[in-house]
Write a protein that binds this ligand. Sequence first.
Ligand SMILES: [Fe+2]
Length: 302
Amino acid sequence: MIPNSELAALRAVPELHVPEDLCAALERWGTAGLEVGERESLNWETVKPEFLRSDGWLKFCREARRHWAEHCHVVVRGISQVADGATALPLALAFGDSFLTYGPGCIVRDFRMSPWRKGASHRLNEGEFHTDFSTSVLPPAVTAIVCLEMDPGGPAYGQNRVASLPRLRAQLTHSGEMAALDWLERTEVPLANDVTLPVWRGRLVQDGLLRYHPETVEAGCRGTNLPADTFQHFQRAIREAAMTVSVPFVLGRGDVLFVSNHRALHYRGECSVRFIKYPSAFESRRIAVFHLISEFADEKEN
Ligand SMILES: [Fe+2]
């Protein structure tokens, strides 16, 4: 096992507070609304706002990238005017500038947890450690999760965790789970979003890129006529290692988690709901999610 002192350092949550003047500039920029924010985010070269040239911004970028290089994620705090997630879009420019779109001009997706929905992005049950778009030919490099509304039961509910690949590897090695590590790095695994959809096959860690989602592993098995639980013992070992090297944290309204989708797994704990008027009116965790297709090489300055 990794010694406790080393584990404490491994489990620290890297945080960065946006300086007050930069916050004010971002919030002013966000008042134009999400649609305008998305449009400008897809055209930074022509409409780059002045605050992205300030010393405060350059310092923010340097610190964000330092955390990114060391931890594969960073929690950015300090913004209070979320503008449906628009305010967080410029912050992503610390990591890259190629936003993933899911429709013409659309970058940000909005997810509210619900007691009445079954999909993984909306249901209240504890989620799994995973990467996003695990069945894509090339999954996006950066996932951004913006807290629009906190879980009403927080901080006990709606927690987040991140387990980076280097730390996952170290923990699997230290705990003697070499077969699980071998499965991650050397075994061809089928992944699918649904048994009816095409199956992606390959190594879960390939050329330094990690892709993983227990549900897509299970669907991939079913789609190739294997029992859904074929790799369950490896999945359990990975979950246990990811829990050990991660620490729970919550996002306050306006906080943003930027996490590498190539070198880390992210996780959401069980969520709660507070009914205002049963069954349709309730308070619950609401997040905005967007992705960057690629990330800057270390030496690139924005
Ligand atoms: Fe995710």
